[in-house]
Structure formats: C-alpha cells, structure tokens
Design a protein around this ligand. Structure first.
Ligand SMILES: Nc1ncnc2c1ncn2[C@@H]1O[C@H](COP(=O)(O)OP(=O)(O)OP(=O)(O)O)[C@@H](O)[C@H]1O
Ligand SMILES: [Mg+2]
Length: 585
C-alpha cells in the first residue's frame, strides 16, 4: 500500500474515531437536554393542569366539572411535548390532545430515539368523574436532535473528503521526489554507479540527494579502486594467494596458476601445504605463526612444489589479511615469485666472473711465459749470437790479408749473426715489450708505433695519448699494449689502409676512471661475410682480455670505410696496483 493511501487511511480512521467520540458526547448531551426539557415541560404542564383541576372541582357537579375541564383542554390544544387524555368514570376516553403538527409525519430512527429518549412515567391526575393522563412525547425533540446530528455528520463527512483530497494531493506532490530517489537507487542496484540525483526541492529530499550522491561518489571510487586492485592482482607477474585461518587456499591469481600449474578451481579450498615440499612443511607453520602475530615476511628465498611435483625456487613475501571492520586477522596473503631464472643468472654471473679470472690468469701466465722465453732468448741465444759475431769479426780481421776466401766467409758469418741478432731482438720485443717495465705505457706505445712506421712507411701511423698513463698497473698496461699491437697487426695484414690512428686516453671521475683505447683505420673494413663470421683468435683474444678486466670491447666497421676498435678498461682499484699481476700469476 503506498504511503499516500496509508496517510489518507490514517486520516480517515482518525477522523472516524474523532467522529465516534464526538457522537458519543453529542448523544449524551442530547439525551440530557431532552430529558431536562421534558421534565421542565412536565412540571409546567402539571402545574397548569393542577390549577385547572382545582378550579373545576369548585364546580358542584361532576358533569359540570368535566365540561369545564373538557373546555379547558380543548382550548389548550396540543402542548408540544405532551399527550393529554381525559377519561370519564367508566374509563372511556373523552378527550385526547391533537397530534403535533411540528415536522408532522417524520420521526427519528427507532434506534436513535432509543438512545436519547427519556424514560418518564405516564402521570395520572384524578378528577371529578374520571381522570387525566399526561404522557411525555419527546419524538419532536428527538427528531430535532436527529436532524442536527445528520447535519453535523454531513459536515464532518464533507470535511473528511475535503481533507483527504487535499492531503492526497499535497502528499503526492511532496512525495514526487521519492520516485526520483527510487529510480536512482534501482539503477545503482543494477550497478550503474555513475547515477547522481538532481537537486531536490524540500530540505529533507535535498539532504537525501546530497547523501545519495556522496554515497555514490564513495562507491564509485571504491569500485574503481577495487577494480584497479583486482586488475593489478590479475595481471601481476607474481603469484598471489590467500590462505584462510585453516590454512586453506581461498584466493589464487592467474600468475599462481602459471607458476604452480593448478587452476583456481582445482586448488581453492585445498590446504596450502600442497604447494610445500615435505622437507619444508615446518617452514609453513613458522610463517603462519609470524603472520598470525601480525608480523610480515619481506623476502624469503625458499622452494615450493608445482602440480607435477617439480620443485621450484621461489622468493616469497607475506602479510596478514586483516578484517577492516573487526581488525582481526582473517587470513594470510602470500606473494610468490619464481626465481629459477634469477638463480640461473646468478650462477651464470658467478661462472662468468670465474671465467674472467681464469682468462686473466691464463693471460698473466702467458705473459710470464713470454717474459721467460724473452729472457732466455736474450740471455742464451743473444749471447751465443754475439759470441758468433765476435768470433767471426776476429776471424775476418785475422784472415783479411792472408786468406781472402776465409775472410769473405767470416764477414758473411758476421753479417748473418748481426741479422740474427736484430731478428732475435725483434722477437724479444714482441714477446716482452721491456720498455713497458721501465718506461710505462705511453713511451712503449710510441716506441712500437715508431717501429710500425719504419716497417710500413706506406701507412701513416698516428698516436694520440691523453691523461696520465703512468700508474695504470702492469695488467692494464700489458692489456692495452697487446690490444694496440693486435689492432695494428690486423691493419697491416688485412686493412689495406693508408692511415691508422691510435688513441689512448684516461678519463672518467675519480673512483670510476677508465682507459679508453680506440684504433681506427681507413681501410676496406669488414665485408659482410666477415662481419657475420665468428671472429678469429685475434679479435676474440682482445675481447677476452678486455672482459677479463671487467671492460668492454666493441668493433665497428663499414665496408669500404675502415674499421674501428673501441676498448674501455675500468681502472678503479686496478690502477696503480702493479701487484695484481703477481696475484693473478
Ligand atoms: N682492420 C681490419 N680491416 C679489415 N679487415 C680486418 C681488420 N681486422 C680484422 N679484419 C678481418 O677480420 C678477421 C678476423 O681478425 P682476427 O684478428 O681475429 O684474425 P686474423 O688476424 O685473421 O688472425 P689472428 O688470429 O692471427 O689474429 C680477419 O681475418 C680479417 O678478415
Ligand atoms: Mg689478427
């Protein structure tokens, strides 16, 4: 039943109750007043009749007396509320007062008359030769009261109808915004959270509309936030799961499906220990204890088990799930990341570092070996050649005049010995650039470039050095030297260049200084197949040397426009620590 109808019904019931109460009062009042009126009329009538009867009795005969009375009564006619009858001695009716002409023929309903009619006795007055009876007839007064009451009821009914119509209209008008509010609520119920109510007329509805709109804003915000969170959880690369207080899985995101192989339907409701290898079940209990005590687990590297029983290395973080209302812990949220690749990468990194150390060790051993060979060549072969040369010179001198044939042979021996000496020294220099030990990198490079100039005058060799290269340490020195040596050898061997430019510079801020070696030529560059082919030992060796020191090696070539090799060697702790070579060897 609508509010409007209810209000009207209530009004009607209230009015009806009021009317009934009023009717009761009116009826009581009417009864009292009719009774009073009848009693008063009674008194007057009796008084009058008593006086007339007394006067009539003064007449001697009863007939005379009766005729006096009769005349009087006939003249008197109808007394409004009384019916007067005169009986003779035989009790025959001699006279009855005429009926009332007031509202003649109409009567109040019987039930109403019973309610208000006074119950007064018929009065008997004895007279000479008979008696007079006086009976109260209140039917006119009752009819008056009934007519008044009907008018009153009609008035009340008219009032009730008018009030109901008015209230129905007014309530309808003031409840019209309810429809707007209801429509808004229904649309919101259907999930249309963008719905807002317009400004409504009365202060109450304006307040409702404000509250509704505020609530819709908050809902929309919280739904946006929820869907953002849900999207993050769905798209997260980390497995996210929630365990309830019984240790059963209650939430499982797609990344968890990918990591463990269980779909959400398969795993939700099952215990979380399914994912833990048997040997680590105790760990799960430890984690739960921490979380139930409202602690968190930030990063633990451990193992979990996939659907097919395969162990997987994971890093996990966890936090207690707290009910926002009761603030009590209602579960545990775990974030699990597969770190198999990370572990492999770490192992590869360690392997690489070990390889670098090994390469460095090999390079150092090679250098040491070269140094030994150079020393042997110098000390043994060099001495022998010198001795041969000396002996040859002596023989040549002694046989110059006496034995020209022997003299000639001896001179040849001296020449060959001299050439041998030069080549052995060349080899020694290649094997071990002794200048590096005494003069440092810059002078040794200048020395070497000078030699290349002498050997290959058709090529213009240019050397640019910047920065202080004195305290680079033996390892960096020999690495840089060997790289320049290999690059220039390649230029001579392969490039058909007219110009080769070597630049060695030390730059970078203190703590992260580096040595930059660039060798550029204007030769033929690498052909496409050469560029695609795996490098040969020369370039490989350069790369290994650079990387063994934590540096980089880059080769840039455009066919027909030459080739550029760029090597960066970090100096950092290595610079100025020649002892490192000893450690490496
Ligand atoms: N400056 C250059 N200009 C043109 N081609 C070059 C140059 N340097 C190297 N190359 C090409 O690259 C190839 C690989 O060079 P790399 O130094 O590795 O080997 P290599 O010099 O042939 O032999 P080695 O192992 O004795 O050094 C060379 O064979 C050559 O074809
Ligand atoms: Mg080479």
């Amino acid at each position: 039943m609508s509010l409007r109808v209810r209000i009207n019904l209530l009004l009607t019931v209230l009015t009806a109750l009021f009317t009934v109460a009023m009717l009761k009062i009116v009826v009581d009042d009417t009864r009292r007043s009719i009774r009073e009126e009848m009693e008063g009329a009674n008194r007057v009538t009796l008084q009058l009749l008593s006086t007339v009867i007394r006067d009539a009795q003064l007449v001697s005969t009863s007939d005379a007396s009766e005729s006096v009375l009769l005349n009087f009564l006939r003249e008197l006619g109808r007394v409004r509320a009384h019916e007067i009858k005169l009986f003779d001695v035989e009790d025959d009716l001699v006279y009855v007062s005429p009926p009332s002409v007031y509202k003649a023929g109409r009567f109040a309903p019987e039930w109403f008359a019973r309610l208000v009619k006074p119950d007064l006795p018929v009065i008997n007055l004895p007279v000479h030769g008979g008696n007079i009876t006086v009976r109260v007839d209140s039917s006119r007064s009752v009819l008056d009261a009934w007519d008044d009451l009907k008018n009153l009821l009609a008035l009340i009914l008219a009032f009730l109808v008018a009030v109901n119509v008015l209230v129905f209209f007014l309530v309808g008008r003031s409840l019209r915004p309810v429809q707007t509010v209801l429509t808004g609520l229904r649309r919101m119920e259907r999930g249309e959270l963008h719905v807002r109510l317009p400004e409504l007329p009365t202060p109450e509805f304006a307040a409702i509309s404000h509250t509704f709109n505020g609530m819709a804003d908050a809902l929309e915000q919280s739904q946006a936030e929820n869907s953002r969170l849900a999207m993050i959880v769905r798209q997260s690369g980390d497995a996210i799961m929630i365990l309830d207080l019984d240790g059963r899985i209650s939430f499982w995101n797609p990344a968890a499906e990918r990591l463990f192989g269980f779909s959400a339907e398969e795993i939700v409701g099952h215990p979380g220990r399914l994912l833990v290898p048997h040997s680590l079940v105790g760990e799960l209990a430890e984690h739960s204890a921490i979380l139930r005590a409202r602690g968190t687990i930030d990063h633990v590297e451990t193992r979990r088990r996939t659907k097919d029983g395969r162990p997987v290395d994971v890093a996990l973080a966890a936090a207690p799930l707290v009910d926002p209302v009761t603030k009590s812990v209602i579960g545990e949220i775990y974030t699990v990341r597969d770190i198999t690749e990370l572990k492999r990468a770490r192992e590869a990194e360690i392997e690489l570092a070990q390889n670098r150390q090994l390469t460095q060790l090999i390079q150092s051993s090679l250098e040491e070996e070269r140094r030994t060979i150079a020393r042997e060549l110098h000390d043994e072969l060099g001495q022998c050649i010198t001795a041969i040369r000396t002996v040859g010179t002596v023989v040549a001198q002694k046989t110059e005049s006496t034995r020209p044939d022997i003299h000639q042979s001896a001179k040849m021996i001296v020449d060959v010995a001299a050439r041998m000496y030069d080549s052995v020294h060349g080899i020694i220099r290649q094997l071990r650039p002794s200048a590096l030990d005494h003069l440092g990198l810059q002078d040794t490079l200048e020395d070497a470039v000078d030699q290349w100039r002498r050997l290959h005058p058709e090529i213009e060799f240019v050397l640019d050095v910047s920065g202080d290269l004195h305290d680079l340490g033996e390892t960096v020195n020999i690495t840089a030297y060997r790289i320049v040596q290999e690059c220039l050898t390649n230029v001579v061997k392969h490039a058909r260049a007219r110009r080769a430019h070597v630049s060695v510079s030390r730059d970078g801020p203190a703590g992260s200084e580096r040595l930059k070696v660039v060798v550029r030529d204007d030769g033929r560059g690498l052909t496409e197949p050469e560029a695609a082919r795996a490098t040969r030992f020369g370039q490989l060796g350069m790369r290994e040397r650079a990387e063994a020191l934590g540096g980089t090696f880059e080769l840039h070539s455009v066919e027909g426009q030459g080739l550029t090799v760029t090597v960066l060697l970090p100096l950092g702790a290595r610079a100025g620590h020649p002892g490192e070579a000893r450690v490496a060897s």
